[in-house]
Design a protein around this ligand. Structure first.
Ligand code: MG
Length: 268
């Protein structure tokens, strides 16, 4: 009895000292599907909406990608383009942007609302794209605010940072040394990325132009993801090359391919 109590006490202490990242590491889904701007296309929800994020979670995607920008008064919002229905995001306040709703009636979503939604479950992660803003200074300020929000909400295990701005990725790496970070731009070699501890999340055509990229990156421990892959043939090709994640507007199709691969036992 005494041994049992000691063992249970030890397990309790170990559990308490584990970082949240360790606790959740094994929980997230292992498929390679990242729903691009949420699962919007076949669900008739707006891109970059809370509804499309919820649909990606409901489908069982390993990841859901969103685009994040900062308003002139420092609010982090989801928006792909530099304007929200004609209103420039980083030179207007949140109050000015919220006047125009998404087609489903949602206000322009805030990052904290989406992080709260993600934290209700531990299967789907967030691929958080940090958009380059109108000046480098604003971009770096938005990086600081985003990382601070993710950290303070205890959302670190859910977040995979991506950006076309290499300086933004380096800033995330400086602020959060252990989080997954990947560059979208396609211009860095596996060696450069390995030196900066940054992954590659490149347009699928980049891998055709550089046929040895994936193999080299894997040898160097650089993660490899591809975007935006919507045809079944292209998905098959990237699955064969065992990239880590594939971003797509057709998550249902890619999920069905994952299910087929698992059934046939072809993928390790
Ligand atoms: Mg994006």
């Amino acid at each position: 009895m005494k041994t049992l109590i000691c063992t249970l006490f030890t397990i309790f202490i170990l559990s308490c000292t584990m970082q949240a990242q360790d606790i959740y590491k094994g929980f997230f889904l292992k498929n390679n599907v990242v729903a691009h701007r949420g699962a919007w296309k076949n669900t008739k929800t707006p891109q970059n909406s809370v509804a499309s994020v919820k649909e990606a979670i409901r489908l069982g995607c390993a990841g859901v990608e969103i685009d994040v920008r900062m308003t002139s008064d420092g609010v982090l919002v989801l928006c792909h383009d530099d304007d929200h229905f004609g209103t420039h995001v980083d030179t207007h306040t949140y109050a000015e942007l919220v006047i125009t709703k998404l087609p489903n009636g949602e206000n322009i979503p805030t990052l904290d609302a989406v992080l709260m939604e993600l934290q209700k479950q531990s299967y789907t992660r967030l691929f958080l794209e940090i958009k380059p803003l109108s000046t480098k200074e604003k971009t770096i300020k938005s990086v600081e605010k985003i990382v601070q929000m993710v950290n303070s909400m205890g959302a670190v295990p859910w977040v995979y940072y991506i950006s076309f701005d290499y300086d933004a990725m380096k800033k995330v790496r400086e602020l959060s040394p252990a989080v997954p970070v990947a560059f979208l731009g396609g211009s860095k070699s596996p060696e450069e990325l390995a030196a900066d501890k940054i992954g590659a999340d490149y347009h699928q055509n980049e891998f055709g132009k550089k046929p040895d990229f994936i193999e080299k990156a894997k040898k160097l421990g650089v993660s490899v993801c591809a975007w935006t892959v919507n045809s079944g043939e292209d998905m098959d090709n990237l699955i064969k090359q065992e990239v880590d994640y594939i971003t797509t507007d057709e998550p249902e199709l890619l999920l069905s391919k994952n299910a087929q691969t698992c059934t046939s036992g072809a993928k390790k």
